[in-house]
Design a protein around this ligand. Structure first.
Ligand SMILES: [Zn+2]
Length: 392
């Protein structure tokens, strides 16, 4: 195990408390393997979450970035869900309403497969540059001929040739261990300009702490934020936070920032005392939550019932591997055709399409993200299935 970090990567404080520990979890939970054996043998490492009492940042203090290879075949795109697509379109429309980007340069850091940047280009007329080591050009139809370019690499300000007018970064900060340095790199990329808009979307950890939502904790996510700790990171880097709220069923932090002109903090940033209390209660809370779900699955399995999990992404992998649930879960379902027929790291479950439920009807379906309950309920009903349907 790498030596545990004794200093907060966000604010350099040494007032840290351990709040969660897992001995061995798959080092990538979005990867899919070609055989069950390969999936079960996938490398595992420990996770030790620490809470910073001074800025509220939560991080994996034994995270080893060299274990995670984002250039390999990761499958993080949620763009197969109608709900997620609508959300991305709404966000692009919000950006368009706040900033006039026509003919200006947008840099998206961690653009994934590029769908959001394409949406921004279409809605705003911006010139798009996406940076991501996992970008796969052939997966983005219609990019040809648009003012959109991609650099297949990790973000490095030295390779950003033109100063951006707008920086977007969605679902990336949680993968960055040295978050303080990352902010300094963004400051370098905007080269001292003040008239640059910055848009971040990052998972919110407050509800994870509050609900003991262990399925939202996995290896690639080394950095966890609340509204307040997210904003404090930006303020420390010389930026003002201009808009801050929770979206997507309160799962994601949406934050806009600009290089500082001395604006006062927003009321939403003032959460440190409340988050300290949640962090203190978390060890007990998460133990209760894990015990509840282990019992839920094992009881049904013991009664001869078929339990299926809907969601073959990181949440599903964490749900299974954090509790070592194997044969107790009969099926893992995902609508993403790129995941189907392949195996989840850790437990080695095969991922199948929803159609497989018709052949082997489940008694219980556990939905890994409550926001998809309606969509999944409708899919099941359309197949004539009516299992017990619950969300984590
Ligand atoms: Zn800190």
């Amino acid at each position: 195990m790498p030596e545990s970090l004794q200093t907060c990567p966000a604010c350099s404080s040494k007032h840290l408390d351990e709040i969660y520990r897992l001995d061995a979890i798959p080092v990538q939970s979005c990867i899919l393997l070609d055989s069950a054996a390969e999936a079960r043998d996938f490398p595992r490492r420990p996770l030790v979450l620490k809470f910073c009492d001074d800025c509220g940042f939560v991080f994996n203090s034994v995270f080893d970035l060299s274990q995670v290879d984002y250039a390999s075949t990761t499958e993080e795109s949620q763009h197969f869900s109608g709900t997620f697509n609508r959300f991305a379109k709404q966000l692009a429309a919000e950006v368009a309403s706040l900033y006039d980007l026509k003919g200006k340069r947008t840099l998206e850091i961690g653009c994934g497969k590029g769908e959001f940047l394409q949406e921004l280009v279409q809605q705003t007329g911006t010139l798009g540059l996406g940076v991501d080591p996992g970008f796969i050009p052939e997966r983005l139809p219609g990019a040809d001929g648009q003012d959109i370019h991609f650099q297949r690499e990790y973000f490095d300000p030295a390779t950003i040739a033109e100063t951006p007018d707008f920086v977007a970064c969605r679902h990336t900060l949680e993968h960055i261990p040295a978050v303080g340095q990352f902010m300094a790199d963004i400051a370098t990329a905007i080269r001292g300009r003040k008239d640059v808009g910055i848009f971040f979307e990052t998972p919110d950890v407050r509800r994870v702490l509050d609900e003991g939502a262990f399925w939202d904790i996995y290896y690639e996510h080394c950095s966890y934020f609340t509204l307040g700790s997210h904003a404090r990171l930006f303020r420390q880097a010389g930026m003002d936070v201009t808009k801050l709220y929770l979206a997507y069923d309160d799962q994601y932090i949406i934050q806009y920032a600009e290089p500082s002109t001395g604006r006062p903090p927003l009321p939403e940033e003032d959460d440190l005392d409340a988050v300290r209390a949640l962090a203190k209660a978390f060890p007990e809370r998460v133990a209760e939550s894990r015990a509840y779900w282990i019992d839920f699955v094992r009881t049904r399995h013991g009664e001869g019932k078929r339990v299926a999990i809907w969601g073959g992404g990181s949440k599903g992998v964490s749900f299974l591997t954090s509790n070592d649930l194997r044969t107790e879960v009969a099926q893992v379902i995902d609508i993403n055709p790129f995941k189907q027929g392949r195996y989840l790291p850790g437990t080695g479950h095969l991922v199948s399409g929803p159609g497989s439920l018709k052949e082997a009807p489940p008694d219980t379906v556990i939905v890994m993200n409550p926001i998809y309950m309606k969509e999944i309920g409708a899919d099941l009903a359309a197949m004539g299935l009516n299992p017990e349907l619950v969300a984590v």
